[in-house]
Design a protein. Structure first.
Length: 332
């Protein structure tokens, strides 16, 4: 039995008149009569009582009618879903991201895409850049936001943000009062870096900047999270170079200083498989290409707020409420 025959049956059941039903279906009467006879033969039961004066549904026809209506509706829904999926209007994207991307506009980018494509669900998974590249290449992810400058040959990428590095120092550091610093002054410091196996592009960029300044950094601590580097710096464990957007992270006891030398660029990329033809992904790629990241802060990185010592508070003044900040260090 064909969908066409079910459609003919439903229209005839609603009209109970062959000529009107044929007109509604935009066909002549003989094909309609033939289709109904074929259905009755296949079902081995009459669906209509008909004579020269009237057409009426049999008990079998009355039983078939609501089921046929539901079947046609479900078939129509299946066709609509298929069309929307094929055009990218429906689907699911599983995207990777590094922890630092949370401060580089990725949540805003994803929200903007979902607002414009309500039929596409985007789920995020935090992974290091190297892990993302592997997962995308092996179709475990649709795409990912990462820092890797060199990708496997079967991946393609678009740069979604570029910003300068800044120096992250403990607030108690002797040079923390400055707004701009030469990296050469940090030659004797303990440095906090990503391991090269975690983020080769970041590691190489920092080493290149230090080398250009005339020294090789003493790497004391290796981290796997951007925020881990900032938190260690806030605890006086060393200094780090981070993307400028980290000046808005809200972590206390650190200063972010602009770099006097050429600060280099920290690049954020969105990567995907070259041969992936998922229409929803292709729509997201177009969105990523046209995305405008949040504006960078003007001038040098802002200095963190300094709290007044408790001893300077007047005895008759109520204590100021303490703000609690929570930060989670996520995978680079």
């Amino acid at each position: 039995m064909e969908i066409r025959q079910l459609r003919y049956f439903v229209v005839l059941a609603e009209e109970l008149h062959f000529r009107r039903a044929a007109r509604r279906l935009s066909i002549s009467q003989p094909p309609l009569s033939s289709a109904i006879k074929q259905m009755e033969a296949e079902l081995e039961t009459p669906l209509f009582e008909r004579n020269t004066k009237m057409v009426a549904l049999t008990a079998a026809g009355r039983a078939l009618y609501p089921e046929a209506v539901r079947t046609l509706a479900q078939f129509g829904l299946a066709c609509a879903i298929t069309r929307r999926t094929g055009s990218g209007g429906l689907g699911q994207l599983r995207l990777g991201y590094t922890g630092g991307m949370l401060l580089r506009g990725v949540p805003q980018m994803v929200r903007a895409f979902e607002a414009g494509q309500p039929g596409v669900e985007v789920s995020l998974r935090e992974m290091a850049s190297a892990e993302q590249a592997y997962a995308i290449a092996h179709r475990q992810l649709s795409g990912g936001f990462l820092h890797a400058a060199v990708l496997p040959p079967d991946l393609e990428a678009v740069t979604v943000q570029r910003e300068p590095f800044v120096c992250c120092l403990p607030a108690s550091h002797p040079l923390a009062g400055q707004r701009r610093i030469s990296l050469k002054k940090l030659e004797s410091e303990s440095w906090i870096l990503f391991g090269r196996e975690i983020s080769p592009s970041y590691f190489d960029a920092v080493i290149a900047l230090a080398t250009a300044a005339g020294f090789s950094p003493h790497i004391k601590h290796e981290v796997t999270h951007w925020l881990s580097a900032v938190i260690l710096a806030s605890m006086g464990a060393g200094v780090a170079l981070v993307p400028r957007s980290f000046a808005t992270s809200g972590i206390g006891n650190v200063r972010y200083l602009a770099i006097s030398e050429t600060a280099g660029q920290s690049l954020a990329h969105f990567a995907w498989r070259k041969d992936d033809d998922d229409p929803a992904l292709l729509r997201f790629i177009r969105h990523a290409r046209s995305w405008t990241p949040p504006p960078e802060p003007a001038g040098d990185p802002p200095a963190p707020l300094r709290t007044r010592p408790a001893a300077t508070r007047r005895s008759d003044s109520p204590p100021a409420p303490r703000s609690r900040r929570r930060s989670t260090a996520r995978s680079e």
